[in-house]
Design a protein around this ligand. Structure first.
Ligand SMILES: [Zn+2]
Length: 258
């Protein structure tokens, strides 16, 4: 099966459509979701849904949907959902002028921590601005910021799993980077015994193709910070290939820090 980017719905635009966000608080029991879905199936076309446990015996189902009838209303949908014994509460919010914005969620949470979404292109332009204003000082700053985030994320895994386990399954844990849309990480061939190579496909720093930057300093710092947290090794990273320079991938050569 081809792996794809996960579709998320902070908003959805479909001109001419009658759009609803349907949020249901339901009992966290097997079959609850099936009951809600079977009720909604004949009334709306589900564009994207999320379901997650609240770990208190309840779960939240949130759906972006297009009404199948122009007569549909939030009140009718709410009444329909609440007729199910699985539903504990329901909120239906209608979109405006073909635009549906998530008006229910108050943020994002990943593993209990507040998280944010950025558009990749917007973030790449933010990095451009830092480079354009500060030159090589800006590149150094981006490296340091990447280092800080890489180290914090690495420390988080070590806290949860212990350093030994993290290193045992590090290849699997790296999926976390691509799941969050930063780029896909692979290990390349090491040119010598004490070095290693990390390859990033579809690196977010390279999203802005007309960038004046010539390298991925944030990611370079991220890799070094992450390695320090997970292995205790102080490394230097050199980016030997970069999408911003016309290469197909970004590639970092890691060697012990001298
Ligand atoms: Zn690069």
């Amino acid at each position: 099966m081809d792996h794809v980017a996960r579709r998320v719905f902070p908003y959805y635009f479909a001109p001419g459509k009658k759009l609803f966000q349907i949020v249901v608080k339901m009992s966290d029991e097997p079959g609850s979701l099936g009951l809600i879905l079977s009720l909604l199936g004949s009334r709306v076309n589900l564009i994207g849904t999320d379901t997650y446990t609240m770990r208190d015996g309840t779960a939240i189902f949130s759906a972006f949907s297009e009404a199948l009838s122009t007569e549909e209303t939030p009140e009718k949908l709410q009444g329909l959902v609440m007729s199910s014994k699985a539903a504990l509460a329901c909120e239906v919010i209608e979109g405006r002028d073909g635009m549906l914005v998530d008006a229910f969620h108050t943020g994002l949470e990943a593993n209990g921590e507040g998280t944010m979404l950025f558009r990749r292109i917007a973030l790449a332009r933010m990095l451009d601005r830092t480079h354009n204003l500060l030159g090589s000082g800006g590149d150094f700053l981006l490296y340091e910021e990447g280092f800080a985030i890489g180290k914090a994320n690495g420390e988080d895994f070590v806290k949860m799993l212990g350093r030994e386990k993290v290193n045992e399954i590090i290849g699997y844990l790296r999926n976390d980077i691509s799941a969050q849309g930063w780029g896909r990480v692979a290990v390349g061939e090491a040119p010598q015994a004490d070095s290693s190579t990390i390859i990033i496909y579809d690196c977010f720093e390279c999203s802005e193709k007309s960038s004046s930057r010539t390298g991925c300093h944030f990611f370079r710092g991220y890799i070094v910070g992450s390695r320090l947290a997970t292995t205790g090794q102080e490394l230097s990273a050199e980016e030997v290939r970069c999408t911003l320079k016309g290469d197909k991938v970004c590639e970092f050569l890691l060697t012990p820090k001298k």
